[in-house]
Write a protein that binds this ligand. Structure first.
Ligand code: TYD
Length: 222
């Protein structure tokens, strides 16, 4: 008889264009998890390990103006492979909830829809770079490009290499995200990022609560 496979802890990802409020929602989510004594870990992509952080520096450095789109895609994927094997998979196997500030959907949205790389080809790269790891739940903070840019200006943030792209690029990225969410509605939750943060957080925590309940139910059955 087959041994029942031990279910790994949930992997939750947040996606959205720059300025959509992911950081605020992840902060609210972590205090929610903390209050309930859940073990969790937050990963920011690209990054999360010393090797991935070095790749991040390469990717975001404004000096690297001439970076080819395929080179860019492989660098994001390389950083992901490292953080996946070094941090994400061991944590999930240990029952730790992992929250990723971006994962492979960012590459499909930015390098696929944004830069125009073939989205079908990217699927194979993602499978390799993530060791076939799929998020259980993905929250997409949807915001108009105008609002996102206004938020960035108000926050007085200096733009990095990726953020220096033209408005049309971000329009394509947003369209790409919406397309991805439409294709996989059971995994994606689209959130209106123009709503007050606590309203968005209420939807996020309700969904997360369901996910964690299902996970613990599965564990107790085994
Ligand atoms: P970061 O400062 O982490 O931005 P944010 O706070 O918006 O997440 O920079 C990451 C940038 O890299 C951001 O502009 C999105 C982009 N990106 C890609 O283009 N492809 C990817 O696969 C990932 C993970 C990020």
């Amino acid at each position: 008889m087959n041994q029942p496979k031990q279910r790994r802890a949930p992997l939750i990802t947040f996606e959205g264009i720059d300025g959509s409020g992911k950081t605020t929602q992840i902060r609210l989510m972590s205090s929610w998890l903390e209050q309930r004594n859940f073990r969790y870990r937050i990963i920011r992509e690209p990054g999360g390990t010393p090797i991935s952080e070095k790749i991040r520096d390469l990717l975001l450095d404004k000096e690297n103006k001439g970076m080819d789109a395929v080179c860019e895609m492989f660098l994001f994927s390389a950083a992901r492979a490292q953080v996946t094997t070094e941090i994400i998979l061991p944590a999930l196997a240990d029952g730790i909830v992992v929250i990723c500030d971006r994962y492979y959907d960012s590459t499909t949205a930015y390098q696929g829809y944004g830069r125009g790389l073939d989205v079908e080809n990217l699927r194979r790269v993602h499978a390799m770079a993530t060791y076939n790891t799929r998020p259980d739940c993905t929250f997409f903070l949807d915001i108009s490009i105008d609002d996102a840019f206004t938020r960035k200006i108000h926050a007085n943030e200096k733009s990095d290499r990726m953020e220096s792209a033209p408005v049309a690029f971000f329009q394509r990225v947003r369209t790409g995200y919406l397309e991805l969410a439409r294709k996989e509605p059971e995994r994606w939750t689209i959130l209106d990022a123009s709503r007050p943060p606590h309203e968005i957080a209420a939807i996020v925590t309700a969904k997360t609560e369901d996910l964690l309940r299902a996970y613990h139910h599965d564990l107790s059955e085994h």
